[in-house]
Design a protein around this ligand. Structure first.
Ligand code: BGC
Ligand code: CA
Length: 345
């Protein structure tokens, strides 16, 4: 098991503005201790590593508002049992807020029971529990994004390119032969992203022909393998690769690279996330567009919510849906700019 513990001592913690200020007595000047325990499903996940990096930065920022923050991060390495044990361990270590990225999003009951016993709120993130589980206790929250929106944006980016570049339809048969690389089965983002991307392409008048679809579990190496198989089967017929995330789009590119496909022999590739590598591939015109999964916004929402909860404050000013859910918007990253559209830097 791997983990890291970062302890940041409040520098002075002078006048505590905002949320922390509300925790204090009128004249009293003291810091508020916020010890966050994070457990996430797998440390090999690129997007989550970047998101957790942003979350660390957000906790450091809270120091300026009079919080003394500490963060303990655990990798559950894809095992639910490990994650359940980690939650117990984080509670024993004194964490007063838990941020949980579930290994098994359909089975959070043990984690909820452990937290409830010690009255420690849970902010689930990125892997959304089912609605009934979110109702198990009032101190359960979710921070994430709307899968359908990301699929629609991916579909619309692909439709724009297909409409303005006749070369995408390489065999000029009036249809776009495509393949899909899908994330983990059972993940809220996988199926919905695929369906809404395909529906959006169709509703934009693009005639599609599906050649194949493979599950690659969000993973670049698995996507490369799947893509190698698909190329073996369909040779140069594939004109469009829709991937549920950037890592899988990059894995598809790796496969074509290994087989020495170049220039006009390549299909067009679309991802989702806007990871560092994904954005780089868009800037280099190797990927033709992606959709920015706002890790900074999600991390900021998690930190703000954690701060409010530790003060026992109702976080009323946050943009909740159904009182428990915060969904940050996605942003299109078209191939010509390589930058998230309409997003404040
Ligand atoms: C991201 C993927 C990530 C997955 C992990 C998705 O929202 O787009 O890159 O692997 O979450 O749960
Ligand atoms: Ca075609």
């Amino acid at each position: 098991m791997r983990g890291r513990r970062i302890r940041i001592l409040a520098a002075g913690a002078a006048l505590c503005a905002g949320v922390a200020g509300a925790c204090r007595g009128r004249q009293e000047e003291r810091t508020v201790e916020l010890h966050v325990g994070v457990t996430y499903y797998n440390q090999s996940d690129t997007f989550l590593n970047e998101l957790i990096g942003c979350f660390k930065d957000e906790l450091v920022k809270l120091e300026d508002s009079g919080f003394e923050t500490a963060l303990t991060v655990r990798d559950a390495a894809g095992a639910k049992r490990t994650q359940d044990d980690q939650v117990q361990e984080l509670i024993d270590a004194g964490c007063n807020i838990l941020c949980v990225n579930l290994v098994d999003r359909a089975d959070p009951s043990e984690i909820i029971d452990l937290a409830r016993e010690k009255d420690i709120p849970i902010i689930f993130f990125n892997r959304e529990p089912v609605a009934e589980d979110m109702m198990q206790w009032e101190k359960l929250y979710y921070v994430g994004a709307d899968a359908e929106q990301s699929g629609m944006m991916q579909g619309s980016l692909a439709a724009d390119l297909i409409r303005c570049d006749e070369h995408v339809d390489r065999n000029q048969d009036g249809k776009i032969q495509y393949v899909v690389l899908e994330g983990e089965a059972g993940h809220q983002d996988a199926i919905i992203r695929t369906e809404s991307a395909v529906d959006t392409l169709k509703s934009n008048g693009i005639v599609l022909e599906k050649l194949s679809c493979g599950i690659a579990n969000w993973n670049r190496a698995q996507a490369k393998n799947r893509m190698m198989q698909m190329i073996g089967q369909y040779r140069n017929q594939i004109e469009l690769v829709l991937a549920n995330n950037d890592d899988m789009a990059l894995g598809a590119l790796d496969a074509y690279e290994e087989l020495n496909y170049q220039g006009s022999a390549l299909p067009v590739f679309f991802g989702i996330d806007g990871t560092d590598e994904g954005l780089k591939a868009v800037r280099e015109h190797r990927m033709h567009g992606t959709v920015y999964n706002d890790k900074e916004g999600q991390a900021a929402a998690m930190a703000e919510l954690a701060a409010a909860l530790i003060c026992g404050k109702e976080p009323v000013e946050m943009p909740f849906e159904n009182e428990k859910y915060i969904y940050l918007p996605y942003y299109k990253v078209p191939g010509d700019s390589g930058l998230p559209e309409n997003r404040n830097p």
